[in-house]
Design a protein around this ligand. Structure first.
Ligand SMILES: Cc1cc2nc3c(=O)[nH]c(=O)nc-3n(C[C@H](O)[C@H](O)[C@H](O)COP(=O)(O)OP(=O)(O)OC[C@H]3O[C@@H](n4cnc5c(N)ncnc54)[C@H](O)[C@@H]3O)c2cc1C
Length: 400
């Protein structure tokens, strides 16, 4: 609620819980000039009930303590699933198990209009659209009321999303007096999100560049080199059936995302970048745990699974047959990536990028800003030169 009170953008994750809970419908989500969604209040209709303040996940406190975590590296035994998933396809095993048990599972899909939104899945086949991370903030506005309604009808629900989205939904359901006994949360580790609007601009410029419409876009493509490619690449399929593989060194969206050039301001101060967990299960890549994976084929990726609640641990137990699993020390799992202890840092040209975007194309604005500023480049070059030519010495690695 800090944003509605003081307009501080770095304290608003844009989850839309405040707009969803408002009984008088006086809050709507509006894009700012960078394209991120923020709540906007119609003061004339406001009844000062304070619910928008209470529901905000910014002050979320009910974290699970890290001491209770059980951690595993997991790879789905079905290689085709691993290929279609971001990491090791652990999410698919969990999702299939849950829908098989009658749960309605909510996750993020990239729909046919290339918009990222949260939708429900009722059977295993419907979970396929949740596979692969979409590096765009998803629209989960329709989920809040739907999930509350389903819980009141005694349906069992699993929600998968970013940590801030899980916390927002928990706060919303608490205020709606919904029991969370039949609710399970799966979160991914998150290094931040760009807005949908930016992805739209990029898609439109890319379509112009190639002179044809894009029908499908897939982050974390693994097919670039018969499965041995860069798993941080992407793949787009055009309406005429042709396709293009995009690499993070060249493609402006991937380059900008991985360099943290256009993340939401609140991601730089994320309250969930900590060891305590929000969800019953947290999923991530196996980055930083390569040694623990000895003996596993991780060429197509592996998932780190951190289960913290009894519900989460039981679910992991139930999918053990579907996964190749290796237990990992929880402290090692938690310290493998910095986002479990501090938020991502924003690229120093972030603001310059957004102001340039008002006049230039997305491609140009990324190209001009994704590299370090000149002063930093000079510093890096000087440090390199010092290493190669220490004072009075000869060039390292040079001929004697
Ligand atoms: C924006 C974002 C940033 C991430 N950053 C990191 C990181 O820095 N380090 C790391 O180790 N892992 C990160 N992940 C998680 C990681 O990429 C994988 O999602 C995770 O390892 C699970 O992979 P999987 O193969 O088991 O499942 P997959 O089947 O690939 O599962 C994808 C899951 O992610 C959810 N999802 C996809 N896109 C979104 C979205 N836009 N918003 C909300 N939920 C979404 C789906 O609902 C599904 O639950 C990030 C994911 C996202 C979406």
């Amino acid at each position: 609620m800090a944003f509605l009170k003081d307009g501080k953008k770095n304290k608003c994750c844009g989850c839309s819980a405040c707009a969803s809970i408002c009984p008088s419908g006086c809050i709507s989500m509006r894009e700012d000039e960078e394209g991120f969604l923020y709540p906007q209040l119609n003061k004339d209709k406001c009844i000062s009930c304070g619910l928008c303040e209470k529901v905000c996940p910014e002050g979320y406190k009910e974290f699970y303590k890290p001491e209770g975590i059980e951690a595993y590296i997991g790879i789905n035994k079905d290689r085709a699933v691993v290929e279609k998933s971001t990491s090791g396809g652990a999410f698919s095993a969990l999702c299939d198990q849950l829908t098989g048990r009658g749960y309605v599972v909510y996750g993020a899909e990239l729909d046919e209009k290339l918009k990222v939104r949260h939708i429900p899945a009722h059977k295993p086949a419907e979970c396929e659209k949740f596979r692969k991370s979409k590096y765009v903030q998803s629209d989960m506005s329709s989920c809040f009321a739907d999930i509350a309604k389903l819980l009141k009808e005694d349906k069992r629900i699993a929600f998968s999303g970013l940590p801030c989205q899980c916390a927002a939904l928990k706060e919303y359901l608490k205020l709606k007096n919904c029991s969370c006994d039949d609710l399970l949360f799966i979160s991914v580790l998150c290094r931040g999100v760009p807005p949908q609007k930016l992805f739209d601009i990029y898609i439109s410029e890319t379509e112009k560049k190639y002179g044809k419409k894009i029908s499908t876009y897939e982050f974390r493509n693994k097919r670039s080199d018969h499965g041995k490619g860069d798993i941080r690449s992407a793949r787009m399929i055009f309406e005429d059936g042709s396709e293009k593989i995009l690499f993070k060194e060249e493609d402006p969206y991937l380059k900008g995302y991985y360099k943290r050039l256009f993340l939401r301001p609140s991601c730089g101060e994320c309250s969930f970048a900590r060891k305590e967990r929000v969800a019953d299960i947290t999923l991530s890549d196996h980055w930083g745990l390569e040694e623990e994976c000895a003996g596993l084929d991780v060429s197509l990726g592996a998932s780190l699974i951190m289960a913290v609640s009894n519900k989460g641990k039981e679910l992991v137990e139930d999918v053990k047959e579907e996964l190749m699993l290796i237990a990992v020390d929880k402290d090692k799992a938690l310290s493998a990536q910095t986002i479990t202890s501090k938020p991502v840092y924003m690229h120093e040209n972030r603001d310059r990028f957004f102001s340039m975007l008002k006049k230039k194309s997305f491609y140009e604005a990324v190209e001009k800003n994704a590299r370090p500023p000149l002063r930093r480049m000079i510093r890096i070059l000087m440090q390199e030169a010092k290493k190669r030519f220490p004072a009075g010495g000869k060039a390292k690695g040079g001929r004697k």
